[in-house]
Design a protein around this ligand. Structure first.
Ligand code: SF4
Ligand code: SF4
Length: 210
């Protein structure tokens, strides 16, 4: 698939088809926390998550709404959504909860009816996707905004200190550095391995993002 065909709806569908997603948050002590989620519902403009109000997961999101959702579309192909979660509006909680229980009946057992009111639905509607296909040659990596989110890219960038010697091109396993003033990394095909930065005799390549 060409990288131009990758948009937010395709990324959302990739997460939906993955079914079970890894979800990373920050613990209330600041440490990283990750778990698998499958109590989910997808709309065109949001992902809905179910959590018990007392669970550390819900408490973490209430304290710090930043999260990442990661799904494997197939071997070597993944979609990551970086965004923020917010509780669904109070008047919509029951509706989305019932929808998730309908789509994930196993959770109806986990949350017996007497405990249904204890669960809380969060939604993620702003952030950005990263679509990564490691099976393509060169690899494909596409960033796509979601809702009102802004893309925060990571990787490497060639600065104006570039002397155009071409050493980095020889070091790049993805052949994704093109000539110019300065040379330029084609970010859609960059593995973010850092080999170019190590090889550059001018120190002209810098790390960007988190
Ligand atoms: S190795 Fe450094 S100086 Fe040489 S072309 Fe690459 S970025 Fe420019
Ligand atoms: S980070 Fe790796 S893949 Fe990306 S341009 Fe540099 S050498 Fe190539």
């Amino acid at each position: 698939m060409g990288v131009g065909a990758i948009d937010a709806s395709l990324c959302l569908r990739g997460l939906q088809e993955a079914g079970t997603l890894a979800c990373a948050t920050r613990g209330t002590d600041g440490s990283p926390r990750v778990r698998y989620l499958s109590a989910l519902h997808f709309e065109l403009d949001a992902v809905y998550l179910l959590a018990s109000r007392g669970m550390p997961f819900a408490q973490q999101l209430l304290a710090d709404p930043r999260l990442q959702l990661l799904g494997a579309v197939r071997k070597g192909v993944s979609v990551r959504l970086t965004g923020t979660a917010e509780p669904a509006p109070e008047e919509e909680q029951v509706r989305w909860r019932l929808r998730i229980f309908q789509e994930c009946p196993e959770y109806r057992e986990l949350y017996p009816p007497s405990k249904h009111d204890d669960s809380l639905v969060f939604l993620v509607r702003n952030g950005f996707f990263e679509y990564l296909d490691l099976t393509a040659n060169p690899i494909d990596r596409v960033y796509v905004p979601f809702g009102e989110g802004r893309v925060v890219e990571s990787g490497y960038r060639i600065t104006d200190a570039c002397a155009r010697c071409g050493t980095c091109q020889g070091a790049c396993p993805e052949r994704c550095i093109v000539g110019g003033t300065p040379f330029r990394i084609v970010q859609e095909h960059c593995l973010q391995c850092g080999a170019c930065k190590e090889a550059c005799p001018r120190g002209a390549i810098e790390r960007i993002g988190g």
